[in-house]
Design a protein around this ligand. Structure first.
Ligand code: COA
Length: 332
């Protein structure tokens, strides 16, 4: 399986650390030193569905695959205002696709989980062309009266089209039950038989625990997938890691003893966009000409659950149709 098209979309509204410090007990220096995040994009005027469609349309256009030739649509999403229908159902018809579709919740590792499933569908001949859209609005389930999570998370969408061909070498996805370190509970309707009050609990995170779990799990994933494929850290040209936190990325990089240039980041500008973070970064790097034909890439992400995903692939460059303006600023 290989990636033949990419796209991404971010909300217009830019929110700086200082803007948050205006109503939360926090500061630009706390957020910057602990996370690396300087600004984030938050949904205000747009809907998540609109972002998803923009990202998916760009991915389809760059792939050259017509919407009606997509055989399966997977949307990676943790939560949005609809429990049903799925986000994939909402965007399917608007894109002009006519195929089965489903949502997948692999938390921040959802994009890699979706790629892994797409790979299995393509290998078994169940599908030829698959559209994966990661669309996330975590800002809508953070507690905006508290500083713990609201300074970290942000909104965005990234998409890829995958098809048959040489590209992905291997996947490693893992899951381990740690449901108390990162969770968001949604209220359910009362019934005559279950009168236990059901309340929404905005995102709760034990930051230090998540930090340790994330570093440990990603290091393990990278080590195992590299060794299994007879590779070392040296053989990877670029690491596209989940854009949660610069310190987590640095810890993984130090373990792998690889130079900073191999770890592109955009979390400084966009914050943690959950499962959309890797496809947004990939789209920026690909459109910016940073990802070159034949480069070995390692993707790695972690998220609530606790789940992780890693993948190794050889990149094939994509010819993007001419556009008047770049979709957004390039990654640093
Ligand atoms: N602004 C200012 N102070 C804050 C704050 C904020 N936004 N959030 C927490 N604090 C306070 C804490 O209350 C604590 O105060 P105390 O010492 O008086 O108790 C202090 O800052 C230090 O907290 P600590 O937990 O030691 O900070 P940390 O160095 O672990 O950094 C995180 C906190 C959240 C940045 C860090 O733990 C982290 O990155 N965790 C992983 C989060 C993540 O990636 N989640 C996404 C998973 S997909």
């Amino acid at each position: 399986m290989k990636i033949i098209g990419t796209g991404s979309a971010l909300p217009e509204k830019i929110v700086t650390n200082d803007m948050l410090a205006g109503f939360l007990e926090t500061s630009d220096s706390w957020i910057t030193t602990r996370t690396g995040i300087k600004t984030r994009r938050l949904l205000s005027k747009e809907t998540l569905g609109e972002l998803a469609i923009t990202a998916a349309t760009a991915a389809l256009e760059s792939s050259g695959v017509a919407p009606e030739n997509i055989d399966y649509l997977i949307c990676s999403n943790v939560a949005n205002s609809y429990v049903t229908p799925s986000m994939s159902s909402i965007i399917l018809g608007l894109l002009g696709c006519n195929c089965p579709c489903t949502d997948l919740n692999g938390a921040c590792a959802g994009f890699i989980y979706a790629l892994d499933i797409a790979d299995a569908f393509i290998k078994t001949g169940r599908a030829k062309n698959i559209l994966i859209v990661a669309a996330e609005e975590p800002s809508r389930f953070c507690n905006w009266h508290e500083r713990e999570t609201s300074v970290l998370f942000a909104d965005g969408a990234g998409a890829v089209v995958v098809t048959e061909g040489e590209g992905f070498k291997d996947f490693r996805v893992t899951a381990d039950t740690h449901t108390d370190v990162l969770y968001y509970k949604r209220a359910m309707e009362a019934t005559p038989y279950d009168r236990v009050e059901s309340k929404t609990t905005p995102l709760v995170m034990q930051g230090r625990e998540v930090f340790k779990l994330a570093v440990r799990a990603c290091i393990k994933d990278c080590d195992i997938i590299l060794e299994k494929n007879g590779m070392t850290g040296e053989d990877i040209d670029m690491y596209l890691l989940h854009q949660a936190n610069l310190r987590i990325i640095d810890s993984i990089r130090e373990h792998l003893e690889q130079p900073k240039e191999k770890f592109p980041t955009n979390l400084q500008k966009y914050g943690n966009t959950s499962s959309a973070s890797i496809p947004i970064l990939m789209d920026e790097l690909s459109r910016g000409g940073v990802l070159k034909d034949g480069m070995n890439l390692l993707l790695s992400a972690f998220g609530g659950g606790f789940v992780t995903g890693a993948a190794i692939l050889k990149w094939s460059s994509i010819d993007y149709p001419e556009i008047e303006e770049p979709v957004h600023e390039p990654a640093v």
